[in-house]
Design a protein around this ligand. Sequence first.
Ligand SMILES: NC(=O)c1ccc[n+]([C@@H]2O[C@H](COP(=O)([O-])OP(=O)(O)OC[C@H]3O[C@@H](n4cnc5c(N)ncnc54)[C@H](OP(=O)(O)O)[C@@H]3O)[C@@H](O)[C@H]2O)c1
Length: 285
Amino acid sequence: MSEKRTILVFTATGKQGSAVIKALDKTKFNTIAATRDASSDAAKALGVELVQGSLDDPDSIFAQAKDKSEGGGIWGVLLVLAEQDPETHKKQGLAIIDAAVRYDVKHVVYSGGDFSGKEVTGIPFFDVKHDIEAHLKQNQSFRSWTILRPVGFMENFYWPLYLDQVTTTWPKAKHSTYKLIAVEDIGKIAAEAFENSDQEKFSKKEINIAGDELTPGEIADIWKRVTGQTLQAKETPVFPPTFAPAFKFFDDNQFEADVEKNRRLFPWISNFESWLKKTPFAQAA
Ligand SMILES: NC(=O)c1ccc[n+]([C@@H]2O[C@H](COP(=O)([O-])OP(=O)(O)OC[C@H]3O[C@@H](n4cnc5c(N)ncnc54)[C@H](OP(=O)(O)O)[C@@H]3O)[C@@H](O)[C@H]2O)c1
């Protein structure tokens, strides 16, 4: 039997899943990545064992992962969901948690979103994450779990519509600052949670995570300093109907994550400027 613990990573080819795989200590963990297409370049690039299947049938994914787990079973699960239909998203989340119970998983790290700590937001995509959290928390079968609630990803700035908000909608928002987290740091925090699953810091904890909090003016100043470019959108961004209510909600409601607390918990966490300096935006300056 392997000495290493096996972690099954859902949504493994995505931003967060791949960041977690990168951050996990390979001497302590075997990682198995779940994907809908094991032949894709993104799946192969992960460099770990792959299992292929639909999130609508998590048992088949768990069964394959158990076969590949070198005899020790599946110790941990990273749960991240990318499905955009809220009801399907919820169904997948609950089914994965139920399957994790059947496969005697010990620790689940669920990365949802900052607002999923609230009972009801009126935004179905946030509220179903709250329901998934509740299902995880009320389950007595796991030794422990960690809920991560990331704020807006710094990587969203690769999306021109998102960037355009900085000089258009954000200065008119009901709160003066925006909170951001680097995806690489979500990966590091989740990896830390797997490694220290029984410790006070992570065991049965809900952590809203953010690495920086800035006004739109401060974001524009950092952008100028690091890239040499002036942020000035030509027009107010119009988001697709599936996303628009969430983006209005972000302008009307401040994220709950406490950046200072995050800096105490994770002293290495990136701020926006240190993240931006590592991106192609900076190299283009
Ligand atoms: N962007 C933000 O600012 C932000 C902030 C907080 C929380 N979140 C949450 O983060 C989650 C998404 O995580 P992420 O950004 O790491 O994911 P992502 O980069 O969008 O990853 C998508 C991956 O998920 C897999 N997948 C499985 N079912 C899918 C489906 N129905 N539709 C699309 N992809 C599917 C795909 O992999 P295969 O093709 O290999 O299966 C794909 O590579 C969402 O729940 C979102 O609410 C986002």
